[in-house]
Design a protein around this ligand. Structure first.
Ligand SMILES: [Fe+2]
Length: 204
């Protein structure tokens, strides 16, 4: 089936509401299995090819108005949720978080995102929250970068401080239903551990 709306360039961008309609249509068409990294990558490809300018335009309009992080829910189906997120310098960093039982695909659309990834030596111990040493790795993700996010996965997303604005498209499959938030804990032996600080559930 042809997508409902053809987005060719920023000059002919449809309204944000129509971008949402198209995203939901593409999501329904592409995601057939759910929880499948290849399906997630295919969905990101369809959602972004030739459309980055329009997605960014929708988000930057919002960024100028909002106190909170600019966010647009593009699609929510039984198999996937799709979010467009904006990152303003020193304003929109996430907490340390995971994505529950969801796999994710993330594409940086504009600017540069700074990501901190936390990797414990043993995820079983990690989820028992017994404070094992946790590796902390920081990296910069430039526009066009595509991340295949497995589970478990714990990270921080933020803008890189040297850019004005960054944006990214996030696909979660199954839809994001819970997130655990963590805080860092500095121990006497100089190792870093994480402690659970909050547990968000979409349907508690
Ligand atoms: Fe995340």
């Amino acid at each position: 089936m042809e997508s409902m709306i053809a987005i060719r360039s920023a000059a002919s961008c449809p309204a944000p509401a129509d971008i949402r309609m198209e995203a939901e249509e593409i999501t329904r068409r592409v995601i057939t299995k759910g929880n499948d990294p290849e399906e997630i990558q295919a969905l990101i490809h369809e959602l972004t090819t030739g459309k980055t300018g329009c997605l960014n335009r929708a988000l930057t309009v919002l960024a100028g108005k909002e106190d909170n992080r600019p966010m647009i829910s593009l699609a929510e189906t039984e198999k996937a949720s799709v979010w467009l997120l904006g990152w303003r310098p020193s304003k929109d960093a996430t907490d340390i978080h995971d994505h529950g039982e969801s796999l994710a695909g993330i594409k940086v659309l504009e600017g540069t995102v700074e990501e901190v990834v936390f990797t414990p030596p043993d995820w079983t111990r990690f989820y028992k929250m017994d404070g094992g040493e946790t590796e902390r790795m920081t990296r910069l993700l430039s526009a066009g970068t595509l991340l295949d996010v497995p589970k478990p996965y714990v990270h921080i997303f933020d803008s890189w401080k040297q850019v004005d604005f960054a944006s990214s498209l996030h696909v979660y499959s199954p839809p994001l239903a819970e997130m655990r938030l963590y805080r860092e804990e500095y121990r006497e032996d100089d190792a870093t551990g994480l402690r659970l600080s909050n547990h968000w559930k979409a349907n508690p």
